[in-house]
Design a protein around this ligand. Structure first.
Ligand code: NAI
Length: 290
């Protein structure tokens, strides 16, 4: 059951479209924004495709059309004025995120809550771009949001208990289980772990290990649903690259795998979204590489 009526999702890329879908399935009215109508159209197509799959497998109570009709795409953030809960899912770049939040702060009603889906950027540094640091929190979905059962809820230095409680209720209302992370450090919980394991897998690939061997070990020995390199492709190589750039901006040492990511981004090897990453893909809809 929805706990309020309107959710805003900023950014309609890999994560934003999935988050909007999850919120609409749960009964929320959703504003979904991005910088161009083309991106929004593509996001709506992906949502429709995914809803149809869910419908075919008997997982939706309502029709695909009813759920889609709750999503209002817009390129104008002013449309978010009456939203109750805003989730930001724009590129992993602190300046871009801070600019979005600062703009939203002047648009959205004062009691609305701001959540960021950042993978790695400390919540408090983004909250500082607003005058509502007590109503600012990390809500980190796993990819794809529609299938993954868990979210990370991250407390910033000034996040209030009430914001935490509302966020927990919101997570439950969209059918997600959650972990609460009280340490607002880069990567929070899951990406502190992922960051290190992914880095090692990328370095090994660069040293000449076969990607299939690395991923077979990850899947069949560690029991992960996807190999590390496969998951990096699914996430987007640009997302990992941007996260590494953010770390460097914060004054951390350039990680040894950074050059590999940089070269891949320069070569347009962004993973599933560009048809080529560590593996090649025929479609932008994910299929396990052969
Ligand atoms: P993406 O690159 O697929 O999508 C980002 C979207 O933000 C793009 O469509 C872009 O046009 C849009 N955008 C950029 N500036 C904007 C603005 N000012 N206003 C509105 N939209 C704007 O990126 P993705 O993968 O969806 O990542 C988004 C966030 O989610 C990042 O912070 C990332 O670290 C995080 N994340 C990503 C995961 C993944 O597996 N890809 C998993 C969990 C978190």
């Amino acid at each position: 059951m929805p706990i309020f009526s309107k959710v805003g999702v900023v950014g309609a890329g890999t994560m934003g479209h999935g988050i909007a879908e999850v919120a609409a399935i749960a009964g929320y009215q959703v504003y979904l924004s991005d910088v161009s109508q083309d991106i929004l159209n593509s996001a709506l197509e992906k949502i429709k495709w995914s809803l149809q799959k869910l419908k075919e497998s008997g997982k939706l109570k309502e029709s695909v059309e009813t759920i889609i009709s709750r999503i209002k795409p817009t390129t104008n953030l002013s449309d978010f004025a009456d939203a109750d809960y805003i989730i930001e899912a724009v590129v992993e770049n602190s300046e871009v995120k801070r600019k979005v939040f600062s703009e939203l702060d002047g648009i959205v009603k004062p009691n609305a809550i701001f959540a960021t889906n950042t993978s790695t950027i400390p919540i408090s540094t983004l909250a500082e771009a607003t005058k509502r640091q007590d109503k600012f929190i990390g809500l980190h979905f796993m990819n794809p949001p529609v299938l993954m059962p868990l979210v990370e809820i991250i407390m910033g230095n000034k996040t209030s208990q009430q914001t935490l409680e509302i966020t927990i209720e919101f997570a439950k209302s969209i059918g997600k289980d959650y972990v609460i992370v009280k340490k607002d450090v880069p990567g929070f919980l899951i990406n502190r772990i992922n960051g290190r394991t992914f880095a090692e897998a990328i370095l090994m690939y660069d040293e000449g290990y076969q990607k299939e061997d690395i991923d077979a070990m990850t899947r069949f020995r560690l029991g992960m649903p996807m190999g590390f390199l496969e998951l990096l492709d699914f996430t987007g190589i640009d997302v990992s690259y941007n996260a590494a750039l953010e770390a460097i901006k914060r004054g951390e040492k350039e990680p040894p795998h950074f050059k590999v990511l940089k070269k891949m981004v320069e070569d347009g090897r962004l993973g599933v979204k560009s048809g080529k990453g560590f593996y090649t893909y025929k479609s932008k809809i994910y299929e396990r590489p052969k």
